[in-house]
Design a protein around this ligand. Sequence first.
Ligand code: SAM
Length: 278
Amino acid sequence: MDRLENARKSVLKASRSYYAHLAYYEDLLAQRDRTAAKTTERELEFLEFAFRTHATRGIKDVLDVACGNGPHVIGLAHRGYKCTGQDYTPERVEMAKARAKRECVSVKLSQGDATRLEYQNEFDAVIALKIIFLLPSDDDVVRSLRQIHRALRSGGILVCNIYNPLYVGKGWFSGVIQKGLYVEESRARGIRITTINQLQDFDTIKGAAWEKETSIIEAPDGIHVFRDRERVRLFTYWDMLHYLQVAGFKEIKCYSDWKIKPPKNPKAKTLIFTSRKD
Ligand SMILES: C[S@@+](CC[C@H](N)C(=O)[O-])C[C@H]1O[C@@H](n2cnc3c(N)ncnc32)[C@H](O)[C@@H]1O
């Protein structure tokens, strides 16, 4: 029991330090990078499509679990939803608060763990983007999905996503998992972030990998190098379907790569699940 709890704490600690290191610089990049803004717009379009298509109630109150620096929760607030966001990393919450203030939108933001959600029948929709595969264990995943189910009102929906481990094209997940190395550069005026991701360890029983990440940041306040590690769980379509069903969700649909049409490609890079609470 102690060993499990220690393993859990070590995953959370590594994740927290990684997201804390990058919070400020990713926010700066997001402010200056037009391509990232367009990607977020496309994701927001998809979220609204999912709300319209799969919920059987009107969507007003939205919770963003692991909201990060707030791109989606703030984007939805701009579109008229009443938004709440929470994230485990306090530095991310502060970035999201500063962004909401800068953009003059009202969003309720706080620090919180995705596996310790205490809401009950409070939201019409919950979004949990790029988080499920970062949770410390599969027990945490089920716990979190059950808590999200409880947080939803009847007829409300959850939208969550995973990187597809069966995807073989270019990208962070496939690069690290299949080739053991992925290097990426993101740049905008006055800032460049180069990340070198290396596969460090792989647990074939639990389907999880540890990656070592070196981030080299060239920013207005100087050059910084951060060395972090992160655990990622390689969920397949079938794993996610199973866990969503175990958590009590119905009408589970899967889309690929944020496309607003029935999915055709089982090898898509990103799988997005919509599921409803009856
Ligand atoms: C890859 S980022 C995704 C952020 C945002 N959802 C998005 O799509 O841009 C993962 C986020 O999850 C947060 N996180 C990691 N573990 C968490 C946990 N147990 N509970 C809540 N947030 C967590 C990190 O701090 C980070 O902001």
